[in-house]
Design a protein around this ligand. Structure first.
Ligand code: GDP
Ligand code: IMO
Ligand code: MG
Length: 422
């Protein structure tokens, strides 16, 4: 019996999961998404092309790799069918290598209207949601009112849709929000036809059979630990468990079958949307990071907030998920900064702590930093022997603080721009 390795973002998302999963995919043969939905935007760059995936796992461009969308994912058929078109135009038909869980929940067009209505109602305290319908869809799942992918193959589907939409309309009325238009509904049904043309199965049996055959699976996380519904900066989080514990529930394998847990982090921090961000830089250094890292949302295009690496938050994420191996991305972005900082503790109520407090509010937390010398260009570095000494100091400080080795350092967006450290 083999195991499921799990790859997670350890910060506020956008750590480079798409790039790294695509890189690791050939060593696996099976890649599976277990939570989130089209709020995710996972970027892959190879052969001079760039693709942003929202629902489909990042192993899809590897012809010999099987991809699974697990039961924990929420699927918008409209986004899904656009994604299928884009991938197919480049890579040909993907129906032979993509499986969708019958138990995954559907994002209905009214879920997106509800998302917008709730955010508008929150005013200044809005979450900064991607407005992809994530929160309302998971709300319906938990309150046992959702519609699942498997339902689209059942005779009672139309009736189920009617009940769900009628309920949504009642809520929309309370918020004085508009109902669904006919064209939105038609687009949804066209998307459903595409979804129906894929293999819709009980993927938990597939997962079990794959592991029994002695093949390893890589589970691809979406978002990041600080956006986790339980352990993130609540309420400024997404509506799923983005930590390792989300993987067995979102794919249907036994927790004891979890193998290596890979934790990804950028050499600095970014966040898109609202909510606390202790090491955020509101000055020209933050602006320089945004520019150098091209930090604009892959899903919404919004500018990402930028700040220094936060080891207090990172250590917390490592603890919650039991991370075994670290992967550092975007190390090249810090090239050219004369000094680089890392937050190593927080001052809270006059005391220094390395633990993440209940509230991350900016008027209660003051990060304490250790400063490092900057380093030159990394983008052409191919081996660990060629890494500059100043970068190695930054890296080994991080490894010691977290007590875990860094196995890969990514130094550019392209598939090949990665340095093996082991
Ligand atoms: P994900 O959501 O974790 O998959 O990350 P995103 O794709 O949303 O954002 C990461 C962005 O950084 C994308 O534009 C990637 O192409 C890019 N990227 C990934 N790794 C690196 C890297 O090591 N260096 C640089 N400069 N860009 C990277
Ligand atoms: P990937 O997988 C970065 C953020 C949103 C918002 C909050 C809630 O690409 O790393 P939601 O749409 O879930 O209601 O938004 O979470 N968010 C992300 N930020 N990367 C993501 O995914 C994100 N998915 C959601 O900006 O603050
Ligand atoms: Mg992203």
């Amino acid at each position: 019996m083999e195991k499921v390795d799990v790859l997670l973002g350890l910060q506020w998302g956008d750590e480079g999961k798409g790039k790294v999963v695509d890189y690791l995919a050939t060593g696996y043969g099976v890649i599976a998404r277990f939570q989130g939905g089209p709020n995710a935007g996972h970027t892959l760059e190879f052969d001079g092309k760039k693709f942003v995936l929202h629902t489909i796992p990042s192993g899809i461009f590897r012809k010999d790799v099987v991809n699974i969308i697990g039961n924990g994912v929420v699927i918008d058929p409209i986004v899904f069918s656009k994604e299928v078109d884009e991938i197919t135009a480049y890579a040909g038909d993907i129906r032979d290598r993509l499986y969708v869980s019958s138990r995954a929940h559907l994002i209905l067009p009214t879920h997106k209207l509800l998302d917008a209505a709730y955010e508008k109602d929150k005013g200044l305290s809005k979450i900064g949601s991607t407005l992809r319908g994530i929160g309302p869809t998971y709300t319906d799942k938990i309150s046992r009112a959702g519609v699942r992918v498997g339902d689209i193959l059942q005779s009672g589907f139309k009736e189920k849709m009617k009940v769900a939409i009628a309920k949504h309309n009642k809520i929309l009325d309370q918020y004085n929000a508009e109902h669904l238009s006919d064209s939105q509904m038609m687009e949804f049904y066209a998307g459903l036809d595409v979804l129906r043309s894929f293999k819709i199965v009980e993927t938990e049996y597939m997962t079990d059979a794959i592991l029994s055959k002695g093949q390893r699976i890589l589970a691809e996380g979406a978002q990041g630990s600080m956006l986790d519904i339980d352990f993130g900066s609540y309420p400024f989080v997404t509506s799923s468990n983005t930590v390792c514990a989300g993987a067995p529930a979102g794919l249907g394998y036994a927790p004891a079958r979890t193998g290596t847990v890979y934790g990804l982090f950028k050499a600095y921090c970014t966040r898109v949307g609202s909510g606390p961000f202790p090491t955020e830089l509101h000055d020209e250094t933050g602006e320089a990071l945004r520019k150098a890292g091209n930090e604009f949302g892959s899903t919404t295009g919004r500018p990402r907030r930028c700040g220094w690496l936060d080891l207090v938050a990172l250590k917390y994420a490592v603890m919650i998920s039991g991370v075994d191996k670290l992967i550092m991305t975007k190390a090249d972005v810090l090239s050219g900064f004369s000094k680089v900082k890392i937050a190593t503790s927080y001052r809270v109520g006059g005391k220094s702590t390395q633990e993440l407090p209940f509230s991350l509010s900016a008027d209660e937390i003051y990060p304490e930093y250790t400063e490092f010398e900057g380093w030159g260009e990394l983008k052409d570095v191919k081996t660990k022997e060629d890494l500059p000494a100043t970068f190695n100091e930054f890296l080994s400080f991080t490894e010691k603080y977290l007590n875990i080795p860094v196995m890969l350092v990514s130094v550019g967006p392209e598939r090949a721009a990665i340095i093996e450290m082991e």
